[in-house]
Design a protein around this ligand. Structure first.
Ligand SMILES: Cc1cc2nc3c(=O)[nH]c(=O)nc-3n(C[C@H](O)[C@H](O)[C@H](O)COP(=O)(O)O)c2cc1C
Length: 189
């Protein structure tokens, strides 16, 4: 039996009650056999400043870069802020993009997102895909998971209770599992 695929989950929201972070926790539960999901912490990453980078890369950035490098694939959960990704997520990506070697190169990835509107973060997801083209991330195209009207799909404790949404997320994880194996030689997993 091969080693389980290591996925790094990255939520673009820092708030305690974040639906996107809650959905990532649900993904940990729903992960198929042969997949583990660790969740990154973006809360300590400072605003990007090139002077800071030249002086000493902040520890939280170095840690995230190491987690991305160690992961077999990435799973982004993006909120939608003004039709795009959150500043928190873009800022973290900007930091990693300036490191050598650039940690995102060649990574298989999947994206989903939750928002309170009917669009379920669709516009942010497409922006994230576009941003990460330049950094050479290989996104799974389908299935697309847009968790619309998120406030109706989680309970007060942040548990994803909506059954169809749990199923969609499960399908995405299975597809990411297969995509990761497809992109990486089996002997490397
Ligand atoms: C600054 C800001 C901008 C937002 N813009 C959008 C938007 O463009 N589209 C949308 O569907 N929701 C928008 N929202 C609402 C978010 O979808 C909602 O706050 C969601 O819960 C954020 O994700 P989270 O629960 O993971 O924090 C916005 C929220 C904030 C704070």
């Amino acid at each position: 039996m091969s080693t389980p695929i290591k996925i790094l989950g990255i939520s673009g929201s820092l708030r305690q009650g974040s639906y996107n972070s809650a959905a990532l926790r649900a993904a940990q539960e729903l992960a198929p056999a042969g997949m583990t999901i660790e969740i990154a912490d973006l809360s300590q990453i400072p605003l990007y400043n090139d002077d800071l980078r030249k002086n000493a890369v902040p520890a939280a950035v170095t840690k995230l870069a190491a987690q991305v490098r160690a992961a077999d694939a990435l799973l982004f959960a993006t909120p939608e802020y003004n039709y795009s990704v959150s500043g928190v997520l873009k800022n973290a990506i900007d930091w990693l993009s300036r490191l050598t070697p650039q940690p995102f190169v060649g990574k298989p990835a999947a994206v989903f997102g939750a928002s309170m509107s009917l669009f379920g973060s669709a516009r942010a997801q497409y922006d994230l895909r576009r941003i990460l083209i330049y950094l050479d991330v290989h996104f799974l195209n389908k299935p697309e998971v847009m968790i619309a009207q998120a406030h109706e799909r989680f309970d007060a404790d942040g548990v994803l209770t909506d059954v169809p949404t749990r199923e969609f997320l499960g399908h995405l994880l299975t597809a990411l599992h297969d995509w990761t194996h497809q992109l990486k030689p089996r002997s490397h997993i």
